[in-house]
Design a protein around this ligand. Structure first.
Ligand SMILES: [Zn+2]
Length: 366
């Protein structure tokens, strides 16, 4: 039964467990080095596992760790699925199940949501014509609150200042920068000034790893957004389209939200995946496992970002900010983990049924 023990304490053990679980399930494995090291000198890799033939027509893909530290939640679900959720099932010749582990292994190994260049990878997949610059509308109003310079002023009054900003500019104003910015390399939601290492490496290997299926359903695993220990699925499909209605019906008990018609994130990963897989009927879903309120989450992100750039590494303020980030992205709470691991596996099993078009097995659903 997936539970709190599905979670790994650090990147090295998460990767080792993923590899072992994939091998035990009969998967083929590959690792793609990014030429970077973790805190104990380990080589950082994006790991890939494949159950089923490269010629499969219907494929389901589970990816984790696009946002570094959030990868501990995604990896727990991937491992629990491989270790227990698949039972004795193995795919028939026209189906395959793929796993991408640790898309931002540097962030996962170093406890950050961003990568080695402070890049939010989910803002780094711009299309070929899109400029690597720009600030979102309303950015200037919130910049001073989100990007404080230097050591933390005391008292900080973040919540009060955020409230005043909301009163002046509307409730959504404070979250406006979250759609991505390209002009503040040390800021939050920085999309980069060019493709990141992970982006470039994925371009090289993705087609080889995925093959040429007719259909691919992709579940990208994240944490932080939504009600505590509950899940929300963000579909890369507009409301009322047949694709969206299929997903909404398919995940009946889990909330599925349609892609917003405007104000959407720049450089997001899933639309880029779709663009790379021409000829494939691609459906992307982001799974979010909720923790705290959006304002608390934003404060933790902002405090950690400030500490990373402006506090001596290892100082008490630095350590506190990093622990606070871990609390809101991979809550250590046993109750949270005991709810999220089985919920994640149930969602993954449902994704398999939807993506492969048939019940996967009759193994006990946790
Ligand atoms: Zn995320």
């Amino acid at each position: 039964m997936p539970d709190a023990s599905s979670f790994s304490p650090d990147y090295v053990s998460a990767r080792a467990r993923f590899r072992a679980a994939a091998l035990a399930a009969g998967a083929d494995l590959a690792a793609c080095s990014l030429g970077l090291n973790g805190p104990t000198g380990e080589d950082l890799t994006i790991d890939f596992a494949r159950l089923g033939s490269l010629q499969a027509d219907r494929v389901v893909l589970f990816s984790s760790g696009l946002h570094g530290i959030e990868g501990f939640v995604g990896a727990a679900i991937q491992c629990a699925l491989l270790e227990e959720g698949l039972g004795s099932w193995s795919p028939p010749s026209d189906q395959a199940v793929l796993f991408l582990h640790g898309l931002n292994p540097w962030g996962m190994a170093h406890g950050r949501r961003v990568n080695e260049d402070n890049i939010d990878l989910n803002r780094n997949f711009l299309g070929p014509e899109e400029p690597w610059r720009g600030l979102p509308e309303g950015f200037n109003e919130v910049e001073r609150l989100l990007h404080p310079r230097g050591p933390r002023p005391r008292p900080d009054l973040f919540t009060l200042r955020a409230l005043l900003l909301s009163l002046r500019h509307g409730r959504a104003a404070i979250h406006a920068p979250a759609v991505g910015q390209y002009d503040r390399p040390r800021g939050l939601f920085f999309g980069g000034n060019g493709p990141s290492r992970a982006n470039l490496r994925l371009r090289e290997v993705l087609a080889r790893w995925i093959g040429q299926p007719a259909e691919l359903l992709h579940l990208d695993l994240h944490s932080g957004v939504g009600p505590w220990a509950d899940a929300v699925l963000l579909a890369e499909a507009s409301a009322s389209t047949p694709e969206f209605l299929r997903l909404e019906r398919g995940f009946d008990a889990v909330r599925v939200l349609a892609a917003p018609s405007e104000g959407s994130v720049r450089g997001a990963f899933l639309p880029w995946m779709k663009s790379q897989l021409s000829g494939v009927r691609y459906t992307g879903l982001t799974a979010e496992f909720g923790t705290v309120s959006p304002l608390r989450l934003l404060k933790a992100l902002r405090d950690e970002n400030r500490a990373w750039h402006h506090e001596p590494h290892g100082s008490p303020a630095f350590v506190n900010a990093r622990e606070a980030l871990a609390q809101v992205l991979v809550p250590p709470s046993r109750r949270w983990r005991e709810r999220v691991a089985p919920l994640g596996v149930r969602i993954a099993q449902r994704t398999l049924q939807l993506g492969l078009g048939a019940p996967v097995n009759d193994a006990p659903v946790p």
